[in-house]
Write a protein that binds this ligand. Structure first.
Ligand SMILES: *Cc1c(COP(=O)(O)O)cnc(C)c1O
Length: 851
């Protein structure tokens, strides 16, 4: 018989064990080993199998729980851990100390006080917090999960907002011929670490979002507790919804554009409504700052516009000023095809009838997403237009993003485009093996001076051995799933060798990640794997998007290569890459390989997780590795930048990879004295001490606080003060600029060089004067700058410095400039907008340069 319905029954815990329920539902257990040990002690066998406290409690026999309820030692441990969790949730942490240092804002003052927000909403379409809550597809989700966890550890008052996918998360297996097969297990929220958001009466809260044709999309709100951070997940699978609307949150990145825009409307518009309700119910402060993790959730800005227009009677432009002040936008993709776009007609369909966002003019909405193609609505462009602060996710990606989106700030040099960067990080306590922490302390502040080479090597060998065991288990399971009989699988007991140099390569398989680069010269790879003295073993994993047959073909190539009995003991493809598998790989691999096509990897984080455990990176200098590679913490695969033919480029870079592996990496690994590879371990030490502190998500979140949340909080406070005075003024100012700007001119610009005097030398101060037609604007409305730098043959300025000019008595602007370079220099003057609510003078994309 097959069940027609599934549901979950939670264990009724004996009263003395009640605290176990709190410890099981707060996901802090996922990064707190003592709590994991407590659950393991309940039933070690079941724990090893399920690895999830809620499932464990549902599966242990009632008499075991009865027994534990009388076990004094167990009760004492439970109560101590419960008290520890309470302290963690309520104590003063970094953010609270930072607030105290800065003074708690400047209440009643001019609003210019440094203001750390009391609450920040973080929107993302996916969250990978733990495999016990499978609600992510890849790196973006895992990053969002790490962001929440680090925020929790630091005491940053974040609220996460996203969707709960019913079968969002696909499991990957392989067919006999190596083709990816997907399964979509359906989750039951009642069996997950989630609680429904309910009215005081106990009735579930439903968020409503209007759909065309007078329909309504309803969503329930589930809450997960990620340490101190609530994570709200909207779920459209509720009774009142029409059948097609019930399916809105069925899958992550499945379905067509219509499905997708419904998801994004629910996440953005519904998400804001969910946060509002959550805060009203719980007394949690309403968010002052909204962080959009990638463009997908960008509709949140439209809902906030609506709130201000209908609730505060602001005009669209006034509301826009206030919304922009409090919005932070992070872009994650340097691949133009990766940008989320919708046909304008589709946006018109959902927003055009005015039911979804009453008061908000559809034409203004469409203008926010405008791009070169008039038929398309660009979510990244909307993200940038709705956020005063924007960033990429590594230094290189910041640069690439300034190029990619520079068109929105036409008239400015690429370096001036107001998109900064905050390099991603990973949550140390989640990704570091316990043995590493036990031996060197927290990787954010590693102590290695007391650890001998022999101990360090022992640690690495332990982690590698554990990976080998896991590889064997998974290879065997994979073959059983592919239809093999256990009788023919004895060989899987000896795949991999715990003493062989182990290289890991695991990631999703979009083209730019070049999963199959290593197969470019299959003979050379085979020779490296089978080298009798210095063999290499390679573990590969990765999922392809279900609709991407190209990606599946790449996986098949790897699988076919690895199926060959001549090499299958040295190379494996493990199906179903996810957080639980990833952990073993990051712990156990000696080398972490990454070979994207530069500069298409925005950051990459798996190499960081490997580094936390003493793995050495062997990577193209892309994303994070471009800024963190220092010559002795791993290897950089040389890139053939500028080689136009992609196949030739692949050949060159693959050859460089083989060369590095065979001539440098393997010899270093196998160079032993007393059984220990001293030079290798020197690199491991250097990696742990130099990268350990840098790659932390706590470093990343602190940077977001200082460079984004804090200035945004300050701007919001200013914008909203005195009935939105500054927001209204900025809107009025923008209107004035709109009518005057085209008439603003730099009439004249002069550098005072005394014709008879000596040639100026570097550092000399010269006066630059300019006269400016302000076209009715006041001096205080503008910033006039002198720009001095080198000049190219066609008079383009580069390597410039800018200095503000001051208006003198005759209305002439002037400034003294210290000459910044030798050689041929040039100067010009330019006029920019100036207003106290602008984060930078570049922001409005307006500039007038002397001609
Ligand atoms: C860290 C992680 C990723 C992201 O790794 P990249 O290097 O950014 O590709 C993807 N999936 C899982 C399960 C991860 O843990």
């Amino acid at each position: 018989m097959k069940a027609v319905r599934r549901f979950t029954v939670r264990a009724g815990l004996p009263e003395p064990l009640a605290e176990l329920s709190t410890l099981a539902t707060n996901l802090r257990w996922t990064w707190h080993p003592p709590t994991q040990e407590l659950f393991a002690a309940i039933d070690p066998g079941t724990w090893t199998r399920v690895g999830d406290p809620l499932r464990l409690l549902a599966e242990v026999p009632a008499n075991r729980l009865e027994h534990l309820a009388t076990d004094e030692e167990f009760l004492a441990r439970t109560n101590a851990l419960s008290a520890d969790l309470r302290d963690y949730l309520t104590g003063q942490r970094w953010y609270q100390r930072r607030r105290a240092e800065l003074g708690a804002g400047d209440p009643g003052g001019n609003g210019r006080g440094d203001h750390l927000p009391t609450s920040i909403a973080y929107f993302s379409m996916e969250f990978g917090v733990t495999e016990a809550l499978p609600n992510y597809s890849g790196g973006l989700g895992v990053l969002a999960g790490d962001h929440l966890k680090a925020a929790s550890d630091l005491g940053v008052p974040l609220i996460g907002v996203g969707l709960l996918y019913r079968s969002g998360y696909f499991r990957q297996s392989l067919s006999l011929d190596g083709w990816q097969v997907e399964h979509y297990p359906v989750i039951d929220p009642n069996g997950l670490p989630l609680e429904p958001l309910v009215e005081p009466s106990g009735a579930p809260i439903l968020v409503h979002v209007a759909m065309p044709g007078g329909r309504v999309l309803r969503a329930r709100v589930w809450q997960a507790r990620v340490g101190r951070v609530p994570l709200l997940l909207l779920d459209s699978d509720v009774d009142g919804n029409d059948e097609d609307l019930r399916g809105v949150t069925d899958r992550l990145y499945g379905g067509d554009q219509n499905h997708r825009i419904r998801q994004e409307i629910l996440a953005g518009v519904g998400g804001v409504r969910a946060v509002r309700t959550y805060c009203e119910l719980t007394g949690h402060p309403q968010p002052e700052v909204f962080h959009t993790n990638e463009g997908h959730a960008g509709f949140l800005g439209l809902e906030r516009l609506r709130e201000l227009m209908s609730g505060q009677h602001l005009s669209f432009d006034e509301a826009l000023s206030a919304v922009r002040a409090g919005t932070v936008f992070t872009t994650h993709t340097p691949v133009p095809a990766g940008i989320d776009r919708f046909p304008v007609d589709l946006v018109q369909h959902y927003f055009g009838d005015g039911a979804l966002l009453p008061d908000v003019d559809i034409r203004r909405v469409l203008a926010l997403g405008a791009e070169d193609n008039p038929g398309m609505f660009n979510m990244a462009h909307m993200g940038l237009r709705l956020a005063q602060r924007a960033n990429g996710v590594s230094k290189l990606h910041g640069e690439v993003s300034r190029h990619m989106f520079g068109g929105l700030w036409a008239g400015f040099d690429t370096e001036e485009v107001p998109i900064t960067s905050v390099t991603n990080g990973v949550h140390g306590p989640t990704w570091t093996a316990r043995e590493v922490t036990e031996s060197i302390g927290e990787p954010s502040a590693p102590r290695l001076d007391q650890v001998s080479d022999a101990q360090l090597w022992d640690l690495r060998a332990t982690l590698r051995r554990r990976l080998v065991t896991e590889v064997r288990r998974r290879v065997r399971d994979a073959w059983l799933q592919r239809g093999a009989s256990s009788l023919e699988l004895a060989w899987t007991d000896t795949v991999f060798d715990p003493d062989v140099l182990t290289v890991g390569f695991a990631r999703r398989v979009p083209t730019y990640k070049r999963l199959t680069l290593m197969l470019r010269d299959a003979e050379r790879l085979r020779a490296l794997l089978l080298d009798p003295r210095r063999p290499v073993q390679l573990v590969v994993a990765g999922k392809s998007h279900p609709a991407d047959d190209g990606g599946k073909a790449l996986i098949q190539q790897i699988v076919r290569f690895a199926d060959d009995p001549a090499v299958r003991h040295r190379i494996v493809f493990l199906p179903d890459y996810d957080m639980s598998m990833a952990r073993y790989l990051y712990w156990g691999c000696d080398v972490w390989l990454n070979n994207p096509t530069r500069p298409l990897e925005a950051c990459g984080t798996s190499g960081m997780k490997s580094a936390l455990n003493g793995g050495l990176n062997l990577s193209i200098r892309d994303g994070w590795w471009d800024e963190f590679y220092d010559g002795s913490n791993g290897w950089a695969i040389p890139t053939a930048d500028g080689v136009g033919d992609p196949l030739r480029r692949d050949d060159l870079e693959a050859a460089a990879l083989y060369e590095l592996l065979g001539a440098q990496v393997a010899p270093l690994f196998y160079d032993r004295a007393d059984g220990v590879p001293a030079h290798w371990l020197a690199m491991v030490r250097h990696t742990l001490t130099s990268l350990g502190p840098q790659v932390q998500a706590s470093r990343m979140v602190r940077e977001y606080v200082e460079s984004a949340y804090r200035p945004a909080g300050t701007a919001v406070e200013l914008a909203n003060a005195d009935g939105f005075r500054a927001a209204r003024e900025l809107a009025a100012y923008r209107t004035r600029l709109g009518s005057s700007w085209q008439h603003v001119r730099v009439l004249h610009c002069e550098v005072d060089l005394d014709a008879d005097a000596r040639t100026p030398v570097l550092g000399d101060r010269v006066r630059v004067r300019a006269s400016v037609e302000l076209a009715g604007l006041a001096d205080s409305d503008v910033r006039v700058e002198v720009v001095v730098g080198r000049v190219s043959d066609n008079d383009e300025l580069y390597d410039v410095v800018t200095v503000p000019m001051v208006m003198g008595e005759q209305g002439e602007y002037s400034a003294e400039v210290s000459l910044p370079h030798t050689g041929t220099l040039g100067a010009t003057a330019r006029v920019l907008p100036s207003h106290e609510l602008l984060a930078t003078p570049v922001e409005l994309g307006r500039v007038v340069v002397a001609t």
